[in-house]
Structure formats: C-alpha cells, structure tokens
Design a protein. Structure first.
Lengths: 272, 292, 461
C-alpha cells in the first residue's frame, strides 16, 4: 500500500517534469495559435510538420547547433588538456610547497561568481580583439571550468599509487612519458566526467554568448533560440518547433549516456 | 627519489598553460573590476577616479538593494521550500524498488537543458491567454493570472522555473548519498522496529548531513550568480521587480553607460558571495556533526 | 627527441591561442570560420586573376534589426540595396547580421560603442544616441561624403542625426504616431474616428461594454507605452515642452505634464488597456488588433505595412484605419500637432575613415540604399514615409494615405521623448510608465524622481 502511495507522488512529480515537453510537442504540430488556445491539451487535429520546416529555415538552427557543438567541444578539450597536465604536475611531481600554493591559488577561482565578470571581461575581450570571434567564448569557457576540473582530476590522481610510476621509470620513461602512457590512461574515468560536466556547461551558456558574439553565423544555440523567440514570439506553433529542435538532440544524447552524464554532473559537487 | 619528477622546466611547462589562461581570463577581469569600480566612467570617454563614490552610491541605491533582496529571495526559496521537497523526493526514490532507475533518469532531465531554452519554454507555459498553467488553473475556476507581468507573481514565477530546472539535480546528489549509507546501519534500525518516518529523520538525514550542507552551499552559490534565467524570462521586469544583482549590473553598465558603477557592482557581488558562503560555512562547521 | 616534440607541440598550441587573439577585427572574424574562408578564397582568386584587379576582398559588417514577419518587406529592401552595392563593387561583401531592435538599441550597440567594436554599418537612432556616440568619436562624419555624392539636399530633415553641424547618420524614413483602429468594430459600435477627447473616451467606454479591449498594449519594452505618453505630453504641455525638459524651461513636475500622466493612469484605472501587457513583447500589440481583441492601438506609422500584407493582416486586410490623437482637455498649444520625425536609420563606424576600401564600399552602400527608387519602394512596399524628396507619391495604399493626411493637417510636430532626454532619464521614465501600467505608483511621486535625475543629467551635459 505504502509503496503505491510513494509511486503516485513520484509519478506526479515526473508528470510535472514531462508535461511541458508534451505540451510543446503537441503545440509544435498544431496549425496555429488558435488551435493551441482552443485545444491546449488535445492531440493536434492534423500534423503540421511545416512548422518544423519553417522553424529550421527561419532560425538557422543548423548553424547555431554546429557552433554550440564546436565551441563546447573545443573549450572542453582545452580544459581537459590543461587541467590534466596541471593536475599531474601538482599531484605527481615533487614540488610539494609550490604545488600547494598553486593548488590553492587555482581553487580560489571556485568562489568567483563568473556572471559578475561579464562586464569587466567584455573590455578584455575587446582589447584582445576577440570580440565577435568564437575564441571570445572558448577561452573564458575553458578558463572558468579549470578550477573545478583540476579539483576533480587532482582528487583522483593523488590516489594513484606511486609504484606504477616507479616501475615505469625503471623502464626509462620520462615525465612526459609517464603522463601520457601511465597517468592519463588510468585517469580516464575522471577525465570523462570532467569533459561531460564542462561540455554541458558550455553548451548551455547564454549571457556571455549573447554579449561577446555579434555575427549571425557565429551565434550559439541558446542565443539563437532567444533571438528566434524575440522575432517569432507571436507564432507559438513555430516557436514550439524551434524548442523541439534544441531539446530533442540533447534528450537523445542523454538517453544514451545518462549514467555517465549523471555521474559527471554530480561528481563536480559531491566531491566538494 | 628519481630526478624525473623533479625537473623544474617540465613542472613549469605543465603548469604554464593553465596559469596563463587563469590569470588572463579570471585574474585580469577581477583586477579590472576593482580598478574601474573606483572610477566614474561612461565606457566612452576617459575614466576619472572617484574613490569610493560608486560604492557610496550603491549603498544608497534602493534599486541595488532591491536586486540584492531578490538574490536573498532566491536563497530563501531554495533552502526553505525547495530543499525539503528535494529531501522528501530523494527519500521516496531511495525506498522504492521498482522504477528506481527510471525516476532517477527522469527527474534529472531538466538539469541538462539550457537555461535559455527553459526560460523560453516556461515563458510559453506562463503565457496568460494560451499558456499551459492558466489553462490548467481555469479548470478549477481560477481567474487569469498574469504570471510574468504582475509584480506580485513575476519573481515567484522565475523561482518556480529555477526550481523546476534544478530540483532533479539535487535529488540525484542526495540520492547518491542515501544509497551510499552502509546497509547494516539501516538494517539494524529495522530490527529495532523503527518506522520509515523515524528511520528517515533520525538515521538517514543525520547521516547525509554533509551532503545536505553541500546542496545548501551550491544553492547559495547558484542564487548569488543567478543571471541567465532572469535575463531570458523577464530581463528584470516588470519595472525592475525581478532584477537580481547581476542583471542590474548589466543594465547599469550597458544601458545606462555607467561602466564604473557596473564594475563596482561586480565587486560587490564577489564580496557578498564570499561573505554569505563564508558565514554559512562558519555556521555549519561550528555545528556538531554525526560521523559514520 | 620525444620530449622536444611535445614541448614544441605544447608551445605552438599556446602561442596559436595567443596569436589568434591579435590582428584586426575583420581578420579574426574570418579566421574563425575556416570553411568559409577557404571557400571565399577559391571563389575570389580567379576573379582577381581574370580581371587583374588588385583590390583585396573587403567585408563589411552590417547590423540591421529587420527580423520577424513584421519587418519582412523592409528586409527585402535592405537585401536589394546590398545586392546592388555588391554588384557594383565586385570585391566587396556586406555581411548582414540581424538583431532584435531592442537588444540592438539598448544592449548590444551601447556595449559595443563603449568598447569601440561596433559593426561597420549599423541601425542607429538619431537624437541622444547619435549625440552620445558622435561625441565619443565612434561615428563616421558624413558631410563630405554626402557632398561628394550630391545627396546633401536630398534629405527632408537630418536634424536628429546632426551634431554641431556634422551629419552622422541617415534616416531610412520618417515616422509619425497615432491611433490605428479596427474599422469593423467601429462600425459595429456605430462610432466614427474621434476628433475630441470626449469622443475618444466614449469609444473606449463603448468598446469595453461590448467586451473588447479598448486599447491594445504590449509594454514589456517601455518604449511601447511611451509612445502614447509622448503624444499625451506633447498635447497637454505643448509641442515645445519636450525639448524644454533638457533646456530647463519645462519640468516633469509641471502641472500640464503631470496631467498627461494622470490621463494614462486614468486609462489604467478604467481598464482600457490589454491586461497583462507588461509581459507582452511589442509584436503582440498589433496582434491584439488583428485578432479583433482590441479596438484601437497607438503605434508608429511603420506598423501600417503589417495591415496591408495579406499574410499578416489576415481578415483585417484593408480594415484598419488611422486617426491622430485628439486634443487633451486643457491642453497647451496646437492640439493637432503630432509626434513625427526622421529618427531611425543607419550610422557608420568612425574606423571606416582609415580604410579606403571600406570607405568606397560605404559610399556605394549609401548610393544603393538612399535613392529615389528605394525611397519610393519603401513607401509603396513597406509603408514608410520617405526621408528623401520623392517627386511622385502615387500608388500609396489607402491606410498610408490616411496617415499622410493626418500628418499634412497637423499644426506642428514634436519629437520622440526617448530621442531627446538622456539615457538615464529615459530608463527611469520608462520604468515609471510601466509602474503606472502596473498600478504601482503615483504619477506625481514618480515624476518628482524623474525630474531629479533629469536635473542631474542636464548639469552633466
């Protein structure tokens, strides 16, 4: 009995989460605003797939999608490469005092609310002539993700037994060899975690992308979607189709990688 | 030990890229925020040092205090209202056997979506004439509510959306902690005849206290940097009633050409965030904790 | 050896990031889309070889605000002008970027101007915006260019874009503001376009009784309700009052101005506006008229193109009329005066002066955009009042004729408030008007605060 009650509560919460998506899905297939208003809960009377065609053409979703993907991947890879190298130096190399200093220094970045940097960073981006280039996002994204990534990777690398390295050193491996051949392969789990965590963060970022980019062909998906809303906010059917375009791919990726994603996103905080 | 791991050149090479990026894109802006925070600067013409003027202005600027209050409202909502719901749902999920994985996967979905898209989606739900929420409430005879345009409901509407996005994320965090509790502890309680309620409040919650504190800390940090969701949903409107510090900073700097003042607000955001998280950590550290 | 290789790799990686941060704006922006550049090069190279033309390809960024269905015809005109300019200058490409009007005017352009990285050509408002940017040397002075192109005398009015005798922007058209109304509902209520305030109120009451929204409204952007307020102030306090606010001859707390705001408050109290308007974006205002929900709408003449486009106007095609706001009770000055001007157009970045190629391109753009044919097309296809002298005005649609008639019979004109007052005053005023709509403030109290900011801003000028 009690179990059924629990399931009822949980199911109603799941409904609260899923209904907006179903509503948007139905709306995206309806003829126009009138059908949405008069029949909000119902199934579309006929399927109007042309909303999708129009949304795709009007919103340039393909371009935005590619940009978001490209920026997120590159920024996450930079964070990953730099973060792993730094963590390796900090945890495995024998400069204990210096490492402690740098570690604390980098972790200071965790307490800086990045949103507040928007205005000062704007000037920096301009001074470096990065405004309206993808680097204006890639570099800040990569940087802002470094503290938490280094934190997670360090926690893992610190626990690697030094016997592994000793053996490899006897085989004649240098510091780089150790890093590439021994430490990195072992550290794949936290690296995947960090990559997913950062990828999602970058993929979803809006405000910086809104202010640091200007050209249409450079815009990211969140910025493009908000622009699309501003332009077509009276056409709910088309707007819904646009939302579906931006949501569905993420849901597909999530359904495949859900375990890894949940682990990745939560790891950043659980270990804190 | 071997020299391999003591080569300073290699050490520097491994650190340098990170330190470079970090100093350039975090260090410099922070310093610049402090620097320009002490100037009168419209962004266009040369800046003039004006000492503490901007900070004095901020402290007497009722709109700024109002925006800070909205950040506090964010914190209040997430800790007093959201957290109990999170705990309750996490406990429920931990106790069911069937569909456990499904629940966990489903509740997490909103956390992976872009805040901008969620803002658009919920704008749609709050739409007074055709939006889902009013249509639903109309079934119960509730009159039209102008969610995002009424000063009395706009902020709470944003908070609900924010909660919708992040509740699942925190549920999964807490759930992981609950499932990590050693089995024998719970079995012992069951043998002792503890009810589910008692088991939850007297054993599980004290045991997962550290993670609850982490969740609170994350909520506070999240509330202090709230920006995207407000910008996309209301841009601080109607008439500034939903402005948080960060949106107010952007408006002052970009729309009113008060770059100096905007930077001063950025500095105040750092300081308030450090203060609030610092105070919180100090309180929680001084409280006794049950270890397991 | 391996070590060395890695060090080199690492260094080039870092330096490539640092290096790509250098160079000019245009270089970095093309660098960023490697595929595009590659294509461009392969396209351009043969041209250069064939024609032995030594001119390097030039790309100019052009920021416009023609997005959404309502601005489709304006976008077509812009695209045609750009295509024309590109066809005359083979090596030049104009890269169009569309940004929402409010985002451009209030967020992006101010931020870019401050940083000095504005696009080459951009949508610009005359008045305070132009004055501010011109004084900071962000705008390209146009006097000599216009002389060279023989266009100086061709514009009807460039006052709003002129600062200390130098022209900094070119209006694409003129505007006026007044009431659009639904002819079928007027017929149903058996009323005529009002000529007195009492008649206007009467129509509003009747509309309300019949279950309609008397006045459409979408006030998420403060400038939308400010249009109504603008004309109320112009009528109540006289056509000169608005300029007087920054000269100090008028105050926001003058009884005539307070009176104007009380009219708005009275409308709110009587529920004349669309409910929940503070959450609605500008585009939804005209929709209230089109769907037959609202009876009247105060808006700018530019909106009229929507009502003559079968796609957008739907059943309301040809069923929308226009009248000027009637005089307000106890109003000062000519009560037929209208809010009108030539305040929206294109400006050019001051950095263009240093780049001969871009300067040539801008000159060509001006020629392609600002000529009698384009102005005529703007009038016919987009219902925009020409900003240049057009000899033949035939072929105008009936709604546009009504608008022009109201303008012609106007006994004077006053400017847009947001083009006159300083940015900080505009913000606080806009918020105040939204507060009145949200029934959150007493007008006099609000205006006292606005006056304080106004005085401070006047002093700083």
């Amino acid at each position: 009995m009690k179990k059924i009650f629990s399931h009822m509560i949980l199911m109603s919460y799941i409904l609260v989460i899923l209904i907006p998506f179903v509503f948007v899905l139905f709306s995206s297939l309806k003829e126009n605003n009138i059908e949405i208003v008069t029949n909000p809960w119902g199934f579309p009377s006929t399927f109007h797939f042309d909303n999708y065609v129009m949304a795709w053409n009007n919103a340039k979703i393909g371009t935005y999608f590619f940009n978001s993907f490209y920026i997120s991947v590159v920024a996450s890879l930079v964070t990953l490469g730099f973060g792993a190298a730094t963590s390796y130096a900090l945890t495995r190399m024998k400069f204990i005092k210096l490492s402690k200093f740098f570690y604390t220094f980098i972790l200071l970045g965790l307490v800086i609310p990045t949103g507040s940097l928007l205005v000062p960073l704007y000037k920096l981006i301009t001074d470096f002539h990065l405004y309206n280039t993808h680097l204006a996002l890639i570099l800040p994204y990569a940087t802002f993700a470094l503290p938490v990534s280094i934190y997670i990777i360090c926690a893992f690398m610190r626990a690697i037994p030094s016997e592994l390295e000793d053996a490899a050193m006897i085989d004649g491996l240098g510091a780089f060899g150790l890093f590439i051949k021994i430490i990195l392969p072992i550290s794949i789990p936290p690296l995947v975690t960090v990559f997913i965590l950062n990828f999602l963060g970058n993929w979803n970022e809006f405000v910086m992308a809104n202010f640091y980019l200007s050209s249409e062909h450079l815009r990211t998906l969140p910025v493009g979607m908000v622009g699309f809303r501003d332009a077509f906010n009276t056409n709910y059917a088309q707007l819904s189709a646009g939302i579906m375009f931006s949501v569905v791919p993420v849901l597909i990726i999530y359904s495949v990688l859900q375990e890894k994603i949940i682990e990745g996103v939560t790891a950043g905080s659980v270990k804190g | 030990m071997n020299k391999t791991l003591k080569n300073p050149l290699v050490y520097i090479l491994f650190l340098l890229p990170t330190i470079l990026l970090y100093c350039l894109f975090m260090g410099v802006p922070v310093i610049q925020a402090f620097y320009y925070g002490f100037t009168d600067w419209d962004g266009l013409n040369p800046h003039i040092f004006n000492g503490l003027e901007n900070f004095k202005e901020a402290f007497s600027d009722s709109d700024f205090w109002f925006s800070l209050l909205n950040n506090v409202y964010f914190i209040y909502f997430s800790i007093v209202i959201q957290l109990p719901i999170i705990l309750f749902l996490a406990l429920l999920i931990s106790q069911v056997k069937r569909f456990k994985a499904f629940y966990k996967t489903a509740v997490f979905i909103p956390s992976i979506l872009s805040t901008a898209v969620i803002g658009i989606l919920w704008g749609f739900i709050y739409e007074p004439d055709s939006g889902l929420l009013n249509q639903f409430l109309a079934l119960f005879g509730v009159e039209k509510i102008y969610w995002l345009s009424d000063k009395n409901t706009a902020m709470i509407s944003i908070l609900i959306t924010n909660a919708w996005q992040w509740t699942g994320f925190y549920i999964v965090l807490i759930l992981a902690a609950i499932l990590g509790i050693p089995k024998d502890l719970l079995e012992q309680a069951e043998i002792d005849g503890a009810t589910t309620w008692k088991k939850s409040t007297q054993i599980i919650i004290p045991l997962i206290n550290p993670i609850i504190i982490v969740v609170m800390l994350l909520s506070i940090a999240g509330a202090m940097k709230a920006l995207d969701i407000v910008w996309v949903m209301t841009e601080g409107g109607p008439f500034g009633t939903t402005d948080v510090m960060a949106t107010y900073m952007i408006k002052e700097a970009f729309r009113e050409y008060q770059y100096g003042y905007g930077n001063a607000i950025a500095v105040l955001i750092f300081i308030f965030t450090l203060l609030i998280t610092g105070i919180f950590q100090w309180i929680t550290k001084n409280k006794e904790r049950i270890e397991y | 050896m391996k070590k060395l290789l890695l060090i080199v790799l690492m260094l080039t990686f870092v330096s490539s990031i640092v290096l790509s941060g250098c160079g000019t704006d245009s270089e970095t922006s093309t660098e960023d889309t490697p595929t595009d550049t590659a294509e461009d090069k392969t396209k351009d190279e043969p041209v250069i070889l064939d024609e032995a033309d030594k001119q390097e390809p030039v790309t100019l960024t052009l920021r416009h605000t023609q997005i959404g269905e309502g601005k489709q015809s304006r976008l077509v005109l812009l695209e045609d002008a750009v295509a024309d300019a590109e066809s005359k200058l083979e090596h030049v490409t104009f890269e169009l970027e569309a940004v929402d009007h409010e985002v451009n005017r209030f967020d992006k352009l101010p931020a870019e101007m401050a940083a000095g990285n504005q696009p080459d050509i951009f949508d610009l408002f005359g008045g305070t915006d132009t004055i501010r940017y011109a004084k900071a040397d962000r705008l390209l002075p146009l006097n000599s260019i216009l002389d060279e192109l023989g266009l100086t005398d061709q514009f009807i009015e460039l006052g709003e874009f002129t600062v200390d005798g130098e022209i900094y922007g070119l209006p694409i058209g003129g505007f006026t503001e007044g009431y659009f109304y639904s002819k079928p509902i007027f017929e149903e209520l058996s009323v005529e376009p009002p000529t007195t305030w009492a008649e206007l109120e009467n129509i509003a009451t009747k509309s309300k009784e019949a279950g309609y929204v008397p006045f459409a409204m979408a006030a998420q952007g403060a400038w939308v309700p400010m249009m109504t307020m603008n004309t109320l102030v112009g009528h109540s306090a006289g056509p000169d009052s608005i300029q007087g606010l920054i000269d100090g001859t008028h105050k926001w707390t003058d009884p005539e101005i307070v009176n104007a705001f009380e009219v708005l408050q009275d409308f709110v109290a009587k529920d004349y506006f669309k409910q929940g308007s503070l959450g609605l974006d500008y585009g939804e205002q005209r929709n209230q008229l089109i769907t037959g929900e609202a009876v009247m709408m105060f808006d700018g003449s530019w909106t009229s193109s929507v009502f003559t486009d079968p796609e957008q106007a739907g059943d309301m095609l040809g069923d929308v009329g226009y009248f000027g706001m009637p005089g307000v009770p106890n109003g000062v000055g000519d009560q037929t005066a209208v809010n009108a001007g030539f305040s929206n157009g294109y400006g050019f970045s001051s950095s263009i002066a240093d780049d001969e190629n871009k300067l040539t391109a801008v000159k060509q753009f001006i020629q392609s955009m600002y000529n009698e044919e384009m102005q005529k097309r703007g009038l016919i296809e987009d219902n925009v009042i020409p900003s240049m002298k057009v000899s033949n005005l035939s072929g105008v649609d009936p709604l546009m004729s009504e608008i022009i008639e109201v303008m012609n019979s106007a006994g004077g004109a006053f400017p847009a408030i947001d083009g006159v007052v300083q940015a900080e005053v505009n913000t606080i005023l806009g918020e105040g008007i939204q507060r009145i709509l949200g029934d959150d403030v007493d007008p006099l109290e609000m205006l006292e605060e606005v006056q304080q900011i106004q005085e401070k801003a006047n002093q700083e000028q």
